[in-house]
Design a protein around this ligand. Structure first.
Ligand SMILES: *Cc1c(COP(=O)(O)O)cnc(C)c1O
Length: 376
């Protein structure tokens, strides 16, 4: 979409409202007789350009951008659920997503069941007559479990339920869940889509009926809209998303191989390594292994902290998908809210670290890691 000035780079329309040529024109627009913009809580030209670019990338029919990834997840769920409905979700979820399913939805009369997402029989067994939604992440956070999108979608559709997938870890470059029949795909654009740690954002992609019948009006009335400024930043980032994600993956592979070769590391989890328990499924569903590597150090929390504190290139942060490498100790940060048994169930041990591999020189990263392993 270009303005009459013919700019190369997309225009940033920082405007909350729009003016009409006449009172009649305003009336027509509110009646839906013409599809111009009304108010930026509903739609904005720069935000729409970002949505259209994502629609093309994902192969979806339509999409709506949101202020954050969590606004996207919350809207994707609340817009289609009512009291009396039931949700089945894989228990290995991003912390806030787990809160939505486990705590928020039940407060409004939506029941939820958390299961082991890699076990197909548990999805099947959890289905009830009122099951409306299956929700999952693959690869999951932080232990990088892979869930079979095609098989889970078949179970859901047989039960008359929709599948919502949080595709943040894979990005639309590596995995397109709609190719397996998934109904709704959500992203935190804060992660790889921005990719440079600047702006929060999110997006929900689905077919036209889902957007028209559920999502569009929900967002319009509740208001978690993406700022046009952030949409403009995301648009610029999308131009390099493919290049960045592939380079992230190459670096992550080098780092994962280095970790796997160290005697200080009890286990290295990376979907692009043959040692991953679901390597075959991962490589069927994803083009490459992604940029997140999880690993467990011998020596628990003390060893993990010594290692993280010794790193010079990699920074300690709970964020991910940034061009800068970031390391997280899930037990004491992102997954602190869970009790010991819930963490144990997810394989989150005290020695576990999650590394979001950035775009630095891979040899420098491996040196930083090997040096830090020697003191951990
Ligand atoms: C970060 C993240 C979210 C939430 O996104 P925000 O933009 O921080 O709100 C949801 N799911 C996954 C898997 C994430 O990594």
């Amino acid at each position: 979409m270009r303005s009459p000035f013919g700019e190369t780079s997309e225009a940033m329309f920082l405007t909350s409202g729009y003016v009409y040529d006449s009172a009649e024109a305003a009336e027509a627009r509110f009646k839906g007789e013409d599809d111009g913009f009304i108010y930026s809580r509903f739609a904005n030209p720069t935000v729409r350009m970002f949505e259209e670019r994502m629609i093309a990338l994902e192969g979806a029919e339509d999409a709506r951008a949101t202020a954050t990834g969590m606004a996207a997840v919350t809207a994707a769920m609340l817009c289609q659920l009512s009291a009396g409905d039931h949700v089945v979700a894989a228990k290995a979820l991003f912390g806030s997503c787990r809160y939505i399913v486990e705590e928020l939805l039940p407060r409004f009369g939506v029941e939820s069941t958390l299961i082991e997402g890699t076990d197909l029989s548990q999805w099947e067994a959890a289905v009830r007559p009122n099951t409306k939604v299956f929700f999952l992440e693959t690869p999951s956070n932080p232990t990088l479990e892979i869930i079979d999108l095609k098989a889970v979608t078949e179970i859901a559709h047989k039960a008359g339920a929709r599948v919502v997938v949080d595709n943040v870890f894979a990005t639309p470059i590596l995995q397109r869940p709609m190719e397996y029949g998934v109904d709704v795909v959500v992203y935190s654009a804060t992660k790889h889509i921005d990719g440079q740690g600047r702006c929060l954002g999110g997006i929900v992609l689905a077919d036209q009926a889902f957007i028209d019948d559920y999502l569009a009006n929900f967002l319009r009335q509740t208001g978690p809209s993406l700022s046009p400024f952030n949409a403009w930043v995301m648009l610029k980032s999308l131009e390099t998303l493919d290049l960045r994600v592939r380079e992230h993956c190459r670096n992550a592979r080098c780092v994962a191989q280095a970790l796997e070769g160290s005697s200080k590391v009890l286990r290295t989890i990376y979907p692009g390594l043959k040692s991953h328990p679901q390597y075959k499924l991962a490589m069927d569903q994803m083009d490459l292994g992604g940029n997140i590597v999880a690993f467990e150090l011998d020596g628990g929390k003390e060893a993990a902290f010594r290692f993280a504190n010794a790193l010079q290139i990699v920074s300690i942060s709970n964020n991910l998908g940034d061009s800068k490498s970031l390391i997280t100790h899930p037990t004491t940060t992102t997954h602190q809210r869970l009790d010991d048994s819930a963490r144990a169930e997810l394989g989150i041990t005290d020695g576990l670290l999650r590394l979001s591999v950035g775009l630095e020189d891979p040899a420098d990263l491996v040196d930083d890691i090997n040096r830090s392993l020697s003191v951990s």
